[in-house]
Design a protein around this ligand. Structure first.
Ligand code: HEC
Length: 98
């Protein structure tokens, strides 16, 4: 079963339904690298990168080259279902706020 790795310290603006539906916390945590970089690491890495958010939204929906290691993120259908551009935007906004 998928579990919420950091339910106890969920971010206030977390789009919880999307996060659950796409199982983000199965691989990511807010602050501890686990199967994937933590959302803090991701936010730090891209904070000063122009257009990073749109690149990440696109990647979240369509996939792309791995930026952290050899393992790329699975595409939305493998994570739980299709992801709209609007929902990808909400998720990346939330990741970048961490
Ligand atoms: C099955 C495991 C898994 C799930 C589920 C998952 N991720 Fe990831 N994610 C990864 C891995 C592995 C990476 C590192 C990929 C790379 O090197 O670019 C990653 C990278 C990322 C990145 C950085 C991409 C980059 O180009 O630097 C973001 C942002 C991200 N994930 C957000 C999310 C969000 C939001 C969700 C839920 C919608 C999610 N992830 C669900 C495994 C996962």
């Amino acid at each position: 079963m998928f579990t919420h790795a950091n339910a106890a310290d969920a971010h206030p603006n977390e789009p919880t339904e999307l996060v659950d539906q796409q199982h983000c916390m199965f691989c990511h945590t807010s602050d501890a690298p686990f199967l994937a970089p933590s959302f803090h690491q991701i936010a730090d890495r891209y904070r000063d990168v122009p257009n990073a958010a749109s690149m990440l939204e696109h990647k979240l929906r369509k996939g792309g080259r791995a930026h952290w290691g050899d393992t790329a993120m699975p595409l939305p259908p493998e994570r739980g279902g299709p992801l709209s551009a609007e929902d990808a935007h909400k998720l990346i906004e939330w990741v970048m706020s961490q």
